[in-house]
Design a protein around this ligand. Structure first.
Ligand code: FES
Length: 381
């Protein structure tokens, strides 16, 4: 039988690829080449992809983070962000990719990608993270739906391995048993962490013989869990990843049950097209008029251009020829993060920057529209 816990040959220490926020401070959002080590089928419509770990340490990560991948498909450059599903402690760099209808990258990855292929990737990024502490004794609760399990799996594995006194309760929504990502891995993890890991599979199209577990992870069901499983509202940290309605439902129920908002962490998992379209609609409704003179700073170089106040800074910067970083263009991944050094901008949406980052002047440039005549943003800050 194969083992889910096998370490990759690149695992150099007990901490593997584990990074801290401090390690990543000032890291550059620059693409590097990654070689595919293995493409493994997980379900009928999803694969996980492991990469050889480049030397130099820039691909160390905090559980919950993602890779922004770039390749050319049919002559068009395509970028997508995929969360790492491996624990950094394993030394493995592995993402999961679910095929979505009409998804160019996900279809290609599920049908054509193979070991030995080379992709471009930015170093691991993202704020949906857990910084573990071996001396901690904590309880974590996760709510995930579909491929939203990917970062939660990395968080869960790292927490259980690195914090021997901590426990994790997971509610995982899918349509049916066959669509559960990492189903066998969860069985192995439950055996390995007996008494410290609880996994509740909630299936919307398959009756498992329990009303509580038959349906969607909506507000009523989450409220039921909160009322009937005492540990659910008494956790030290909550990790939510899935579509927006599930995240809102879980957040509302938890807050109503008295959970402090700062304990609730979430990441939106959705098709990139929809939030971008929503942001565009918001931008089009913006009241500001006129043009702004904008400077973007990237790798110490300045690009200057004039743009409409109804246009996003990222799009205008790309049009001006600046090779600024981005992936989702939908407020989700935070690859396009930059700091406003001068002037004012307004974001249409933000699903990924923390409140502290916003307070420090960081914005998602894919969502930022100028609100002053002169704006300077830096991707280096
Ligand atoms: S490109 Fe993903 S948040 Fe801006």
């Amino acid at each position: 039988m194969f083992s889910w816990f096998k370490n990759s040959p690149s695992n150099a220490s007990a901490e593997g690829l584990l990074a801290t926020k401090a390690d990543q401070k000032g890291a550059k959002a620059q693409f590097q080449s990654l070689t595919v080590r293995e493409v493994r089928r997980e379900t009928s419509d999803s694969v996980s992809v492991a990469f050889d770990v480049p030397s130099g340490g820039s691909f160390r990560f905090i559980p919950g983070q993602y890779l922004t991948l770039r390749t050319t498909i049919g002559g068009t450059e395509v970028r997508r962000s995929y969360s790492l599903c491996s624990s950094p402690l394993s030394g493995e760099l592995r993402v999961a990719i679910k095929q979505v209808e009409g998804g160019i990258f996900s279809t290609w990855a599920n049908t054509e990608l193979k070991a030995g292929d080379v992709l471009d990737s930015m170093p691991p990024m993202g704020n949906f993270i857990l910084e573990t502490d071996p001396s901690a004794r904590r309880r974590y609760v996760g709510f995930a739906a579909g491929s939203g399990i990917t970062p939660v799996l990395s968080i869960l594995k790292t927490a259980l391995e690195r914090e021997p006194e901590s426990e994790f309760v997971l509610f995982y929504g899918n349509r049916k048993t066959a669509s559960i990502l990492f189903k066998n891995e969860f069985e192995d993890l439950k055996d390995r962490y007996l008494g410290r890991l609880e996994v509740h599979h909630v299936l919307s199209r398959e009756d498992q013989g329990s009303d509580a577990l038959f349906g969607r992870l909506d507000a009523d069901r989450i409220r039921y869990f909160a009322e009937h499983i005492p540990t659910v509202t008494k956790a030290d940290g909550y990790y939510l990843c899935g579509p927006e309605p599930m995240i809102h439902a879980a957040t509302d129920v938890l807050k109503a049950a008295g959970v402090a908002p700062e304990k609730i962490h979430f990441e939106l998992f959705t098709a990139a097209a929809s939030p971008a379209a929503a942001a565009k609609a918001t931008a089009d409704k913006g009241s500001a008029t006129g043009d702004a003179y904008v400077t973007v700073v990237l790798d110490g170089e300045e690009t200057h251009f004039t743009q409409s106040s109804k246009e996003f800074v990222l799009d205008a910067a790309l049009d001006a020829g600046a090779d600024v970083p981005y992936a989702c263009k939908g407020a989700v991944c935070c690859t396009c993060r930059a700091k406003v050094l001068e002037g004012k901008v307004e974001m249409a949406m933000n699903y990924s920057l923390t409140d502290d980052e916003v307070a420090d002047g960081y914005v998602l440039t894919c969502q930022a529209m100028p609100r002053s005549e002169r704006v300077v943003v830096s991707y280096d800050a």
